[in-house]
Design a protein around this ligand. Structure first.
Ligand SMILES: Nc1nc2c(ncn2[C@@H]2O[C@H](COP(=O)(O)OP(=O)(O)OP(=O)(O)O)[C@@H](O)[C@H]2O)c(=O)[nH]1
Ligand SMILES: [Mg+2]
Length: 340
């Protein structure tokens, strides 16, 4: 994974995101990535850097935590489980330390090739990180999925932090935390913290400081200022998918993928982005478009608004719905859509 990070540095037009932990709407700087200078990075003395995986079952708030640890929105968030599909790296850098967070899909029992890919992303992330953050939802006691996660991480010889999330909405947070803690019985030391990833910037900062303090001595993996390893096209496609997932009902959110095929900048600052919403069946196409095109228009408007806020400029977003039959079960289609 660390080699892949270097590879990506050279191949991606990385988006730079900066912001303030408290800001609901961080400013997104569409600046080209600074040129990676090997010498500068290799010459750094006494820096510490490492990869930290954020894992947990679906919908517990992993991506919300990642965005708030960074102070900028790099990952899609929605009330639906299985929003995150791909491991995504978010980078936080201080004067002498760098954490590369790896946001992962929620661990679940897979129903299709897409689900297997998602669980595999978690295993890959865990295999090559320096630390693990396990996020749980304190509104509820542990489920079988939490037990699956606990089994996967309990014996890994890496620093582990158990994060009890959603304290703002939990009735019995201490009791729930105890039950989650018990799932790690038999393991040596681990840290723990209860917080609200959404509403508790002070606690999120404490978590970040703890993780920074545990980093091993290493040169930086990414240039200062980089906040994500995604290309701007991947980032925009995820914003479109987030809005589609929020609007669509039943199984449809899971049958949808998105991609951005072209992005041009006009002299007056307008960003022209052309994207696709991909569905599995012809019947889904009409369901996504909606009567008179209303639903597609609403998805497009909501995504465009987010893009305008983060890009801080006017955006034209063109969206088309296309069918790739059975893409969730088709390895070639999964690869084509970036799930590889
Ligand atoms: N009340 C409350 N809700 C939260 C908190 N953190 C996250 N949420 C909500 O939980 C839902 C899921 O959040 P995500 O960040 O997408 O969760 P995730 O673990 O990344 O989910 P997957 O990607 O599907 O595995 C969203 O509706 C968030 O707004 C919190 O601290 N308090
Ligand atoms: Mg997520």
């Amino acid at each position: 994974m660390k080699e892949a990070a270097y590879g990506c540095l050279f191949s991606c037009a990385c988006v730079l995101l900066r912001g303030n932990t408290r800001a609901a709407r961080p400013v997104w700087h569409n600046t080209p990535m600074t040129v990676f200078n090997n010498q500068e990075f290799n010459n750094q003395e006494s820096t510490r850097a490492g990869f930290v995986a954020i894992v947990g079952k679906p919908n517990v708030g992993k991506s919300t935590l990642l965005n708030n640890l960074l102070g900028v929105k790099v990952a899609p968030i929605s009330p639906r489980p299985q929003t995150t599909r791909k491991g995504l790296r978010g980078i936080y850098t201080t004067d002498d330390a760098q954490i590369v967070f790896v946001d992962t899909p929620g661990l679940h029992k897979p129903k299709d090739a897409m689900g297997k890919y998602m669980n595999n992303e978690i295993a890959t992330a865990l295999s090559d990180v320096d630390g693990i953050v396990w996020v749980v939802d304190l509104r509820h006691p542990p489920t079988d999925e939490d037990k699956m996660v606990a089994r996967q991480i309990r014996d890994l010889p890496k620093p582990l932090t158990l994060v009890g999330n959603k304290t703002d909405a939990a009735k019995y947070p201490d009791e729930a935390m105890k039950l989650y803690r018990e799932l790690l019985d038999g393991r040596g030391e681990f840290n723990e913290l209860m917080l609200s990833a959404q509403n508790n910037p002070g606690q999120v900062q404490i978590l970040r400081d703890q993780l920074l303090a545990e980093l091993p001595a290493n040169p930086f993996f990414f240039p200062r200022g980089a906040s994500s390893d995604q290309s701007r096209e991947m980032w925009a496609a995820e914003i479109i998918r987030e809005e589609a997932m929020k609007k669509l009902r039943d199984e449809l959110p899971y049958a949808v993928a998105t991609r951005v095929n072209s992005w041009t900048s006009r002299d007056d600052g307008l960003q022209r982005i052309e994207g696709e919403i991909i569905v599995e069946k012809q019947a889904h196409k009409g369901m996504v478009i909606g009567a008179g095109g209303k639903q597609l228009r609403e998805i497009g408007q909501a995504a465009r608004k987010q893009l305008e806020v983060f890009l801080n400029t006017k955006v034209y977003l063109g969206l088309e719905v296309i069918v790739i039959p059975g893409w969730r079960e088709d390895p070639e289609a999964l690869r084509e859509l970036g799930y590889e």
